[in-house]
Design a protein. Structure first.
Ligand code: HEM
Length: 183
């Protein structure tokens, strides 16, 4: 006989903001407290293998459940010249494991068959993550490295830049976006 589990005893959805009722953020999240929540904004992208630059919008969410890691989720969609949505673009999700001294270990997976492990540092409103390892499914594009930088400015703008080494190209600019808190 199936014995159903009791309802999940911990708050769901996970806490999005530092002042949410519960749970309290873990002390190791201190360097990334300013990122908690949902962000939305526009960006531009390019890569030497692509025929043209592109403009996109993106929504990014950082949440926590009281333990020393962030849940990370990002969804992008391409925009046409009139700001209208063209089609869904990259999405990814993962975990940022905060270590003492602001060190960060991140695990990020994408539906394009790419799983990244990145390491870096969070301090003073900036998070800088660079590839430690990449695993690819058999049909994924050949991504060898990335670098992701998030910078939170005093005016509340979160700037994101993403460098990419892939398809035999060296590490170089792929994306830059500016995000603001979304409701
Ligand atoms: C906001 C997030 C992103 C957007 C809007 C974006 C957009 C694009 C676009 C429009 C293309 C051209 C192909 C297509 O039309 O689908 C592309 C290609 C590509 N992107 Fe991104 N991308 C994003 C994030 C990423 C990330 C996180 C990675 C890898 C970690 C990545 C790796 C690649 C690769 C490998 C290609 C193929 C290049 C080629 O084969 O010539 N992208 N991206």
């Amino acid at each position: 006989m199936f014995d159903p589990a009791p309802e999940h005893p911990y708050p769901y959805p996970e806490s999005h903001s530092p002042d949410a009722a519960a749970p309290a953020p873990h002390a190791l999240l201190a360097p990334v407290l300013g990122l908690l929540g949902r962000w939305r904004g526009r960006g531009r992208g390019e890569y030497p293998t692509l025929p043209a630059d592109f403009t996109y919008a993106q929504e990014v969410t950082f949440s926590h459940d009281g333990r020393p890691f962030l849940r990370y989720e990002a969804r992008a969609w391409l925009l046409d010249a009139d700001d209208a949505p063209l089609r869904p673009a990259a999405r990814e999700s993962g975990w940022w494991r905060l270590q003492p001294d602001g060190r960060v270990e991140a695990l990020v997976t994408q539906p394009t068959g790419i799983a990244e492990i990145a390491v870096g540092h969070a301090a003073d409103g900036t998070v800088d993550l660079a590839t430690h390892d990449v695993a690819l499914t058999p049909t994924a594009k050949d991504v060898t490295a990335t670098r992701r930088r998030y910078t939170l400015a005093d005016d509340g703008t979160l700037t994101f830049t993403h460098d990419l080494a892939a398809v035999e190209q060296p590490l170089q600019h792929h994306l830059a976006a500016q995000l603001r808190r979304a409701q």
